[in-house]
Design a protein around this ligand. Structure first.
Ligand code: HPA
Length: 270
């Protein structure tokens, strides 16, 4: 992180009129196309644009707001490295959630399926990741108030939370390894073969910086990926963002039901 990160974060935090919001201890970051879940939850909204020093959203399909539900704080919209944001910008929301008191974070995303047993529209629990972004959001001088210089990543996606998710849905979820590349171009078939060889089941362009930040800050993470398409070269069709959005639309209701079941169990057990 850059040296001005702490000031930016404190400015952002102080600009939130906290008397207006009651903050739950569970947060969720909604990925590409999955943002509609926000409309199923009641609560006051805080647009990113009202947070001082916060990055500004660019991509369509990403709302850019927090919604303070009774049980869960929803972050609809995120900042991607491929949009040109710095990794400081990408992880700033996770630090803000931490400052707000979030202890458990569900991170969702859209991904391409590398594992041939997956199919488009399927939800997979992320059990581990491979950082292929070529950088790390924690590079820079360390602030011990946030976390250790060398954070442990052996259980980046909490085993307890994975078990809880499985119990919530009757053990129906597959679990896989998510590899993050910068994008915005999709991968080549050769890259997908390489990723499969090194143990990746899914590929995407987000999540990993946020999960590194959350682990650093001591937040427990659950990762849920919506496989929106089979990765490049697996099927005989070109990849498109339209396909990604189409799939997330198709499984929107299923996604909400899945998240609801998980939150219900989280609230009763945490
Ligand atoms: N590759 C990278 N990111 C993605 C994909 C993909 O195939 N699908 C959705 N996000």
């Amino acid at each position: 992180m850059r040296d001005n990160f702490k000031d930016r974060l404190n400015t952002a935090f102080r600009s939130i009129p906290l008397e207006k919001y009651k903050v739950p201890s569970i947060g969720i970051i909604l990925g590409s196309g999955l943002g509609n879940y926000v409309s199923s939850i009641e609560g006051p909204i805080l647009p990113f644009s009202e947070i001082e020093g916060f990055p500004r959203t660019t991509v369509e399909g990403h709302r850019g707001e927090y919604k303070f539900g009774k049980e869960i704080l929803i972050q609809a919209g995120r900042f991607h490295f491929y949009e040109g944001y710095s990794l400081d910008d990408v992880v700033m929301p996770v630090f803000l959630l931490w400052k707000l008191g979030i202890k458990t974070l569900i991170i969702t995303n859209a991904s391409g399926g590398i594992n041939k047993s997956y199919s488009a529209g399927e939800f997979v629990l992320i059990k581990d990741h491979i950082n292929f972004i070529g950088s790390n959001p924690l590079i820079g001088s360390n602030n011990n108030e946030y976390g250790p210089r060398f954070p442990d990543m052996t259980e980046a996606y909490s085993a307890d939370l994975r078990q809880l998710a499985q119990e919530a849905v009757g053990s129906t979820l597959k679990e896989g390894v998510y590899a993050a590349l910068t994008g915005p171009s999709y991968e080549t078939p050769a890259e997908i073969r390489m990723l499969r060889t090194i143990g990746a089941d899914m590929v995407g362009m987000s999540t990993v910086p946020e999960v590194i930040a959350a682990n650093y800050l001591g937040i427990k993470v659950m990762g849920i990926s919506c496989v929106t398409n089979m990765a490049a070269g697996i099927l005989n069709t070109p990849l498109s963002h339209e396909e990604v959005i189409e799939t997330t639309k198709r499984v929107e209701k299923e996604f909400s039901a899945l998240v609801e079941k998980i939150i219900l169990k989280l609230v009763s057990e945490y």
